[in-house]
Design a protein around this ligand. Structure first.
Ligand code: NCD
Ligand code: ZN
Length: 349
């Protein structure tokens, strides 16, 4: 088999940033995906329907501008799906209105201090009970960065401890709430999601399928492989690969592509985030092929996500061709995931 044609996929977790960085990265996602769940952790964060509408317009304009500059029409139909950044003072009525008007698709919960631009996040889940009740009532998904922020908890245990201390009780308190545990990194998470209720699902990134924590220190410190949640031991990577390729509808594609400027990555206090958007499908295809599961890629990339969100599947297809695909060292000044490597598939349409 030298080509693989699948229904057009979506990215259920991406950081598109704003301003010049948005202009540099938006087209890469738009070329690969029909839709993407756009994370709201800008400065200031996207907390209102008005801000999300304006940000959505800037994303569409950036893709359009890129098409004009490059003379390409790839990605012209890209649809950003917007999220609200949950704070302790967010207005549930505005969220509900934004959802009804088709501006907000979901809400993102960042525990305060867990990751990039999360200072405005939630410290006390008890303070947002009315918001969670609203989400539960209107069927709007809650997307969760699942790490505790307690400095006493080992960084490699923060996801597992979050599941036990925060997520399990949250699901008990709100049994009807649709929850996506984002960018899972552990076998604790794959087990919890697989055996959990139907209203619980998870996204899995390409990088957590490819690397374990050794990669961060291979021959020296590798800032381009640092992200949050940080990569874990090999046994966890293998559990993620098994979950992604299992065919279970509870696991779907979310790249967590999170670009940072060079100087923010190569710094005494480097930012977390891996920029994987330009070769995301190629990266996933490498994993599914190695696991003898290319027949499961379409469901993971194009079906499980929309079904969980209650959105229509995309029309049309994309095709990957089996051919050596060198990944450049830099794209628009950013270091992409797999920089300098050669992947075995290439997105051709
Ligand atoms: C993300 C970012 O840079 O916005 N970073 C990351 O390492 N994944 C934030 C996040 O999703 O945690
Ligand atoms: Zn993210």
């Amino acid at each position: 088999m030298n080509t693989l044609t699948i229904r057009r996929p979506d990215d259920w977790h991406v950081h598109l940033r704003d301003g010049a960085l948005l202009q540099a990265v938006a087209a890469a996602t738009a070329r690969q995906f029909a839709r993407a769940i756009v994370m709201p952790n800008l400065r200031p964060p996207v907390t209102t329907t008005a801000a999300a509408r304006a940000y959505r317009d800037r994303i569409v304009a950036a893709v359009h501008q890129d098409n004009q500059d490059s003379g390409s029409t790839a990605g012209a139909e890209f649809r950003p799906l917007m999220t609200a950044y949950l704070t302790e003072t967010i207005d549930p009525a505005d969220l509900e209105l934004g959802h009804r008007e088709g501006v907000f698709t979901a809400v993102k919960l960042y525990p305060a201090g867990a990751t990039t631009n999360s200072d405005a996040g939630v410290r006390d889940l008890g303070a947002i009970t009315p918001v969670l009740e609203t989400l539960e009532r209107i069927g709007m998904p809650l997307l969760i960065h699942g790490e505790v922020t307690d400095a006493e908890i080992d960084i490699f245990d923060r996801e597992a401890v979050f599941i036990e201390r925060v997520l399990a009780p949250l699901l008990q308190r709100h049994p009807g709430l649709k929850v996506v545990l984002e960018h899972i990194t552990t076998s604790d998470a794959t087990d919890f999601v697989r055996t959990g209720p139907a209203n619980l699902a998870a996204t899995i990134t390409p990088h957590h399928l490819h690397i374990n924590r050794n990669a961060l220190f291979a021959g020296g410190l590798r800032p381009d492989l640092y992200c949050l949640p940080v990569a874990k031991r090999e046994l966890h990577r293998l559990a993620l690969r098994a979950a992604a390729t299992s065919g279970s509808p509870k696991f779907f594609l979310g790249t967590d592509s999170a670009p940072h400027p060079r100087e923010a990555k190569e710094s005494a206090c480097g930012c977390a985030g891996i920029y994987n958007a330009p070769y995301a499908l190629e990266s996933y295809a490498a994993v599914f092929e190695a696991e003898n599961a290319l027949d499961k890629l379409e469901a993971f990339a194009s079906e499980h996500g929309p079904r969980f969100y209650g959105l229509p599947l995309n029309d049309g297809t994309v095709t990957l061709a089996r051919r050596p695909t060198p990944v450049p060292e830099r794209i628009a000044g950013l270091v992409p995931f797999h920089a300098g490597e050669t992947l075995g598939w290439q997105l051709v349409t």
